[in-house]
Ligand binder design. Structure first.
Ligand code: SAH
Length: 381
């Protein structure tokens, strides 16, 4: 019998000492036999959380038409790569594909590439996308060198982070160790961290900063392709312009959980630091951060919602109205989730986005941070 993940991690810590939060998170989410994404389909009312494409088909339809318009605006290069990292059940790409059917030349030119680490979710995607020619990859580094239109929804928040707590001009790293045989968080001795020098200016004693090197690596792979061949990347996620404080969290069955209690059984995430994503690709231009609700409004969700409502009545209509609210309302996902677009210098942004006012990405009214938590926003009533 295979040992549960807690025992495997305890063994590893006994042998090699405490592990970083990033190593812990990676094992919990992606361990090949016990990892959260490897063993289950976590989405939907019966799962642990629900994502925008699972709430309503409108999300994927509007994103699809936005990507297609951006492709047309950049001269409709053929062939091009239509990519999605972390596609979950494949719902977003299925909706994108259906919505773009009528865009002349788009399907003929598109090569769909999905980046997915979980074999269980790859199977779900294969089913959902039956009839769509799809290639799967383990990492974004494997994407072909070609014009690239990429959408990432709730992908970056699943990437492993490290956490550092400020002490004087040094930093103590938050790590996972063992006490009485149980996995517990702890802190290393303080040490200088040259890569965090810029955070000495905006943090105080004891404050925590988060670093996601996997996100920077992913953005580098995306940026290299868009800078060389054209295209656009659109990232939608839970987070803000700069990482402040501890945002590491576990959610299980739509409830917060202790992230160290039963490794592999809960979804682990951290807020996305959009500034870090933008800074990881200095060769691209980025948009201002825009709230999901505002983006969907600019893309015409009201019209689409009305059009769909015409064919519905009774409970189905109620459900549809609730889903629309859920995606856009500031009290639900509307302001908590943000979107960022990146393009090569000289290229237009996709519809719905604006460049940040020069010289720097000062937060505008749309970017003000929200203090509500993700759980409150993504749980069904
Ligand atoms: N985009 C989907 C699912 C979000 S959940 C939606 O909006 O519904 C996160 C997804 O990222 C899952 O498909 C998960 O298996 C995948 N994932 C997490 N870490 C990954 C990694 N390091 N490499 C590739 N895929 C990863």
């Amino acid at each position: 019998m295979t040992k549960p993940l807690a025992e495997l991690l305890a063994q590893r810590i006994r042998q090699g000492g405490p592990i970083t939060l990033a190593d812990y998170m990676a094992e919990c989410l992606l361990h090949p036999t016990h990892g959260y994404y490897a063993t289950r389909e976590p989405f939907g009312a019966a799962g642990d959380f629900i994502t925008a494409p699972e709430i309503s088909q409108m999300f994927g339809e509007l994103i699809g038409l936005m990507l297609a318009q951006s492709w047309l605006d950049q001269g409709a290069p053929a062939p091009f790569v239509l990519a999605e990292p972390g596609p979950g059940r494949g719902t977003l790409m299925a909706d994108i594909w259906r919505a773009t059917r009528a865009v002349p030349g788009f399907h003929a030119a598109a090569r769909v590439h999905l980046v997915e680490a979980s074999p269980a979710l790859r199977r779900a995607q294969r089913e959902r996308l039956a009839g769509v020619p799809v290639t799967w990859h383990d990492t974004l580094d494997d994407l072909p060198q070609a014009p690239l239109w990429l959408i990432a929804n709730e992908f970056f928040d699943a990437l492993p982070i490290r956490q550092f707590q400020r002490e004087g001009d040094g930093w103590r790293e938050r790590v996972v160790g063992l006490r009485d045989g149980l996995l517990v968080p702890g802190l290393t001795e303080a040490a200088p961290r040259p890569e965090l020098a810029h955070r000495l200016a905006d943090t105080g004693e004891g404050e925590v900063v988060e670093v996601c090197s996997a996100a920077a690596a992913a953005m580098a792979a995306i940026g290299e392709r868009i800078a060389a061949h054209g295209g656009a990347a659109v990232v939608i996620d839970y987070g803000d312009w700069r990482s402040r404080g501890d945002t590491f969290q576990a959610v299980r069955q739509h409830q917060y959980a202790d992230p160290f209690a039963e490794p592999g059984m809960a979804d682990l995430t951290a807020h996305v630091d959009f500034e870090a994503l933008a800074r990881a690709v200095p060769g691209l231009r980025h948009s201002a951060l825009v709230a999901q609700g505002a983006l969907l409004a600019r893309l015409g969700i009201d019209l689409r919602a009305e059009r769909l409502a015409r064919g519905l009545s009774g409970e189905a209509l109620e459900f549809h109205r609730a889903a629309t609210r859920r995606l856009t309302d500031p009290a639900e996902m509307g302001t908590l989730f943000k979107a960022l677009a990146l393009v090569a210098p000289g290229a237009p942004l996709p519809p719905g986005f604006e460049f940040a006012p020069e010289p720097g990405p000062e937060p505008g009214p749309e970017q003000e941070s929200e203090t509500r938590n993700e759980f409150g926003a993504t749980t069904p009533e």
